[in-house]
Design a protein around this ligand. Structure first.
Ligand code: DC
Length: 232
């Protein structure tokens, strides 16, 4: 693929393997990969530390504006930093996961983090970016936009396996309930709800392996970029 700018978005609900797929696709295409959920998680860490109400949008926006939210691109996957502090591991803790949905619902914070994401794309213009609103709100003019979905039961099993591999205690019912709760919040919120962006490509990974999903997406990207280059 040519080395000019190219933005690929992947949106979808929790447990579809978006982060892994995005990383593998970016590696395959020689691009960078942005996990936008990390930004919402980093602000959740700040909220917990400062005792900020996860429903207080203006206060969260101020917290996010007052720090340097950045990535260390020399690491794979890129490490999430708040200023000089590496929070890559901290952002995956359970207390953070349990406040991130209300945090991510706040429009004031979303507009601050949208700008952070667009700045990343300016600096790293060959980017696979994943989240809930990348193709619908943040990069509606992206070169290729995907919506990755899978049946709820499969998503539960995958998350359960991922946690077991990490050595965490696994309770499938609790995982299913958490996935359902987060989907409900993400899909029903007023600002940037999780939707399949119009004109995006739906990839249902229910019956596909990770490799098959990445192959399928890479084929779409090749085809679309080839067609676009042919037109210009
Ligand atoms: O993908 P994740 O589980 O790390 O995302 C954490 C939370 O942030 C989840 O509640 C969805 C939300 N999020 C969002 O609202 N918009 C994004 N672009 C990325 C994540």
């Amino acid at each position: 693929m040519a080395s000019s700018s190219c933005i690929i978005t992947i949106d979808g609900p929790a447990g579809t393997g978006k982060s892994t797929v995005a990383r593998l696709l970016a590696d395959r295409l020689g691009m960078d990969c942005l996990d936008t959920g990390s930004l919402y998680r980093a602000v959740s860490v700040l909220a917990l530390e400062t005792g900020t109400d996860p429903e207080d949008g203006p206060a969260l926006a101020t917290l996010a504006r007052d720090v340097d939210l950045r990535f260390d691109w020399t690491q794979d996957p890129p490490a999430m930093y708040i200023g000089d502090r590496d929070v890559s591991s901290r952002i995956r803790d359970l207390d953070v996961s349990s406040v991130v949905s209300p945090v991510a619902r706040q429009p004031e914070l979303r507009s601050v983090l949208n700008e952070v994401q667009r700045t990343v794309a300016k600096r790293r213009p060959r980017l696979v970016t994943e989240g809930r609103d990348q193709g619908s709100v943040v990069f509606p003019d992206a070169d290729v936009r995907f919506f990755l979905d899978a049946e709820e039961e499969i998503r539960t099993q995958r998350r359960s396996l991922q946690m077991a591999r990490r050595g965490d205690k696994v309770d499938d019912d609790a995982i299913r309930t958490d996935i359902r709760r987060r989907d409900e919040i993400d899909r029903s919120r007023a600002t940037a709800p999780l939707v399949q962006p119009e004109g995006s490509i739906l990839v249902d990974s229910t019956h596909l392996t990770l490799e098959e999903v990445v192959d399928c997406m890479a084929d779409h990207v090749e085809r679309i970029m080839h067609t676009t280059q042919g037109e210009s």
